[in-house]
Design a protein around this ligand. Structure first.
Ligand code: ZN
Length: 136
């Protein structure tokens, strides 16, 4: 597998509104979309940085995975997402190499992408997302 690029970096935040004061106010980035992903219990905010996005993740429930992440580790980098071609095949490929998958099959993520997560146990503790545009 060769990732095409870093699609985005996911950053866990307590409040998107508060965080944008830094990302927009200081760094001068522009949030172009805020989207809720109900099954992950998160609200996401996206900014482009060149070809790569930043994805801010704010939990919509104290039980959500991002809330639990912040409880354990505090705010900060949550995951890195690589754009790949042939996502379902890439998942089989890494699984055959012994990587533990969180998502056995691609599912719908934010931005209309098909996504799947690899377990941090298999990725030196960096939660890793693979994603592709549905038509690729
Ligand atoms: Zn992501």
């Amino acid at each position: 597998m060769i990732p095409n690029k870093i699609e985005h970096i996911g950053i866990a935040v307590k409040s998107i509104e508060e965080s944008l004061k830094y990302y927009e106010g200081i760094l001068g980035l522009k949030c172009y979309k805020i989207e809720e992903v109900a099954d992950q219990k998160v609200k996401t905010a996206f900014m482009m940085v060149g070809e790569t996005k930043l994805e801010l993740l704010e939990s919509t429930s104290p039980e959500g995975p991002v809330a639990k992440f912040i409880d354990k580790k505090g705010e900060g980098i949550h995951h890195i997402a690589f754009a790949v071609s042939g996502l379902a095949d890439r998942l089989r490929e890494v699984e055959e190499k012994g990587v533990q998958l969180i998502d056995k099959n691609p599912r719908k993520g934010a931005e209309g992408l098909n996504i799947a997560f690899l377990h941090p146990k298999s990725t030196q503790s960096v939660l890793t997302e693979l994603c592709e545009k549905p038509n690729e």
